[in-house]
Design a protein around this ligand. Structure first.
Ligand SMILES: [Zn+2]
Length: 98
């Protein structure tokens, strides 16, 4: 089980959170000007990496805030928890923040 440190509530069990999918997905500025294929890719294509993954989680049974979590999909190690709107941190595979 993951233990996620909510920036507002502190360390909590994964069961208090809801997974919200991949983070840092940018909606096309003018969706009417892109192809159906590009729109479909925006809607449905997501990363499924073996390694660092950036995810959105909601502290559903706590403060109800949405947060970003950067974690390793192999080891489940959490590299960083940061508020929505913060820039995507860059990591060297399994090492510390670059
Ligand atoms: Zn919280």
């Amino acid at each position: 089980m993951l233990q996620i440190t909510c920036p507002w509530c502190g360390p909590r069990n994964e069961t208090e959170f809801s997974f919200g999918g991949e983070s840092h997905i940018i909606r096309p500025v003018r969706p009417e000007s892109i192809s159906d294929r590009d729109w479909s890719d925006y809607q449905f294509l997501r990363e499924n990496p073996k390694g660092t993954h950036y995810e959105r989680w909601q502290h559903r049974f706590g403060c109800r805030q949405w947060i970003n979590v950067a974690r390793d999909t192999l080891s489940h190690e959490i590299y960083s928890v940061y508020p929505m709107g913060d820039p995507k941190p860059v990591f060297d595979r399994k090492e510390a923040l670059l």
